[in-house]
Design a binder for this molecule. Structure first.
Ligand SMILES: [Zn+2]
Ligand SMILES: [Zn+2]
Length: 440
């Protein structure tokens, strides 16, 4: 078995790994790296012919964004995914298609991706001629998120994005899987990366929101459409319902709303507590009276009274969150709460780093704004932290080799050192993009 990293090595973005033998193939993830410009996986021309089977682990664009490009070139390609992943893929790929400056693929290509996607369940063994057989396990990252275990003489487990902690909606990742080889994500693998539990993260978030609401300000939370958005709105809603937060509208804007509908539809994949609430009571956690949706194009209805706004995009690289930011940024009463990972170069990262002036708006409307609103970081991650990544690795049975990817180089190095300390017999490899490895 030979594995090649087309993308996602020593970086966060464009995860894409091809697994090949003389007679079998499977590709794990097929993402893009968002930024300016967008970066694609580096796939040699000759390799396209041998891409037939693809398994996306979950619906974030750094894991699925390149699928329409592949489908254009490999007509016989077949995709396998869980139902939430398939349903959410339509939303995210259509949005990506719409926002492309230079149209490299069409809505037809997005439709083709969906047509070619076969739904699979967790723990179901999938076999096909010419394909490595595989099994999906819950990765805990977002609804429908999966790890892939490729089965051969040498089992290979690929984590995709991994979260060991339960969230408001999903259970933590499956532990104790048997595999000789592991490809592990390292987003928060740095020595000092310690993420709080759901309870502590929720309390920190609520305290931060409360302070601003009491002072009469607006709270703006940029969020990914899928995963974090749903988790955070449910945390805020539950505290508000219990009386721990002033009762103000919780506005959700951008793709979060469409993703919510798909989440609600796929609630069978959520954790027991959410399913029971919907089945056994009238109280539907997706339909609280506190949730509001903007009714005007300029969002003036939203900004008529202090409130909480959750909007895409998560790194402030586009979407309605920028409309709100423009209106709220120069008032020190307001607060921007950053809850997720901000890639280098994104506006989100610049604001965390204390940039004093930023340019916002389009065309004639474009101008420089002074950052006077408060900017706070309250980690609320969909990923595992350093200790949990070590714990996960220790739980794998029969482990011989670990490949570390999906992280900044410094964090990957720190994680490698610590895993080695705990697991002396295991070989740790830090691959580069375009590198191939024979494993057995
Ligand atoms: Zn992800
Ligand atoms: Zn990712």
């Amino acid at each position: 078995m030979e594995i090649t990293f087309y993308g996602g090595a020593q970086e966060v973005g464009r995860s894409c790994i091809n697994v090949l033998s003389k007679t079998k193939q499977i590709m794990l993830d097929c993402g893009i790296k968002l930024g300016d410009p967008i970066e694609y996986p580096i796939i040699p021309k000759k390799d396209f012919k041998r891409i037939k089977y693809i398994v996306p682990t979950h619906t974030h664009l750094d894991h699925i964004g390149y699928l329409p490009h592949i489908i254009q070139r490999s007509k016989s390609a077949k995709i396998y995914a869980t139902k939430p992943t398939r349903d959410l893929m339509q939303l995210l790929l259509s949005d990506y298609q719409r926002l492309q400056e230079k149209k490299e693929f069409s809505t037809k290509d997005v439709e083709k991706v969906l047509e070619k996607t076969q739904q699979v369940e967790y723990k179901e063994k999938i076999k096909s001629k010419g394909m490595f057989s595989f099994i999906l396990y819950n990765s805990g990252h977002i609804l429908g998120g999966a790890m892939v275990k490729v089965e051969d003489k040498c089992d290979l487990l690929y984590t995709g994005d991994l979260n060991l902690r339960e969230t408001k909606i999903t259970e933590g990742a499956q532990l104790g899987i048997k595999a000789k080889n592991l490809i592990l994500e390292s987003t928060y693998g740095g020595k000092t990366d310690k993420l709080p539990s759901l309870k502590i993260a929720s309390q920190n978030l609520i305290e931060s929101i409360k302070e601003t609401l009491i002072a009469g300000g607006y709270v703006l939370i940029p969020t990914f459409a899928v995963g974090r958005g749903q988790n955070i709105m449910m945390v805020i809603e539950s505290y508000m319902r219990s009386g721990a937060l002033p009762k103000v509208p919780i506005y959700t804007d951008g793709m979060v709303n469409r993703a919510n509908r798909i989440y609600r539809h796929n609630v069978i994949y959520a954790k027991e507590e959410i399913k029971m609430r919907i089945l056994m009571s009238d109280e539907d956690p997706f339909k609280s009276p506190f949730y509001k949706i903007p009714q005007t194009r300029d969002r003036s209805d939203v900004l008529s009274e202090p409130c909480i706004i959750l909007s895409t995009s998560g790194m402030l690289t586009g979407g309605p969150v920028l409309t709100y930011l423009q209106k709220l940024i120069e008032d020190p009463k307001n607060k921007l709460i950053i809850v997720g990972y901000q890639v280098d170069g994104s506006l989100g990262r610049k604001l965390i780093d204390g940039e004093k002036y930023v340019e916002l708006g389009h065309g004639e409307d474009k101008k420089e704004y002074e950052v006077r609103m408060k900017v706070e970081t309250v980690p609320f991650s969909g990923h595992s932290d350093h200790d949990e990544l070590v714990k996960f690795t220790k739980s794998i049975k029969g482990l011989k080799k670990v490949f570390l990817m999906h992280g900044e180089p410094r964090k990957i190095d720190e994680l490698a050192q610590d895993i080695q300390k705990h697991l002396k017999q295991v070989e740790i490899i830090i691959p580069k993009n375009e590198e191939s490895f024979k494993i057995d």
